[in-house]
Design a protein around this ligand. Structure first.
Ligand code: GLN
Length: 270
């Protein structure tokens, strides 16, 4: 099957409510990088007007950040058959990237600064608590080394070097992981809670992170991993993505590493 005969459907969680800090850039990055290789792409908003079958139909899921208030509205909608569909997708290995407020909702619960605990979907074994309005938010540039073992291996196979992700965090909530694997270890910034050095989570093929940026334009190889994983799962065949010219993105990363004085162990293709 050639790329022109294949199609990726990007499911975009609550675009009107969960798109802070330019997180829609993650959707655009997946879309464009797939289209540049000749794949067909459509974007399906998954929101209050969607059905569980809409959720089941997508090949990759993108969820962005949100304010506490919006998270509450989303969780009122993401219940019952919709919640089950979401759970099924992630358990079955549908790849996804979930930023900031989204992972808080995929965990067991999120306690906002004000108001009641928001129950999450419990797909990721983690909890998030906002310590209160007088506590400093975690804001600033973020660099992590991906340590989730399978993802780290697969990214390293794609890029030829250890995977480091560059981003920007802005969150009040602090996340504590249960048994779920961390996405990475913090090299610069605060990550999940500013205490234990972990950042994000990785479960099945779901990437959860506090990293905005948005994440994917700054780390395009992660977008390629999502595309490749989605296509392999859908078409059950080996997929090799053709290379793209990422010179500008790579220069941007190097500028950030330099500015933050992050010394990478291997200076290579990333
Ligand atoms: N409401 C969450 C927090 O402040 C998420 C913020 C976000 O998504 N940027 O922790």
């Amino acid at each position: 099957m050639s790329s022109g005969q294949m199609k990726i459907i990007i499911g975009w969680l609550y675009p009107q409510l969960m798109s802070t800090y330019g997180d829609r850039g993650n959707v655009i990055t997946i879309q464009r990088r797939a289209q540049w290789r000749g794949y067909n792409v459509s974007i399906l908003p998954l929101d209050q007007n969607s059905t569980p079958d809409d959720l089941k139909s997508v090949d990759v899921i993108v969820g962005g950040g949100a304010q506490d208030r919006q998270q509450e509205i989303v969780m009122r909608d993401l219940q019952g058959a919709k919640a089950d569909a979401m759970r099924e997708k992630i358990e079955n290995g549908t790849p996804g990237v979930f930023t900031c407020g989204s992972p808080q909702l995929l965990g067991h619960y999120y306690e906002p600064a004000l108001g009641q605990r928001i129950e999450g979907l419990g797909i990721l074994d983690l909890v998030s608590i906002h310590p209160g309005e007088n506590t400093k938010r975690c804001i600033g540039n973020l660099v992590i080394e991906v340590t989730a073992s399978r993802l780290a291996q697969e990214l390293q196979a794609m890029t030829g070097t250890k995977p480091y992700l560059v981003g920007f965090e802005n969150h009040g909530g602090r996340t504590k992981l249960g048994k779920v694997e961390a996405l990475g270890r913090v090299v610069y910034g605060l990550g999940n809670n500013g205490e234990d050095g972990t950042e994000g989570a990785f479960y099945q093929n779901a990437i959860a992170t506090y990293s905005h940026g948005p994440l994917l334009p700054k780390n395009p190889f992660v977008a390629d991993w999502l595309i490749q994983t989605a296509l392999r799962l859908k078409y059950q065949q080996e997929i090799q993505l053709s290379p793209l010219n990422d010179t500008l993105a790579m220069q941007g990363r190097e500028a950030m590493f330099k500015r933050l004085k992050v010394a990478l162990p291997v200076v290579g293709k990333i």
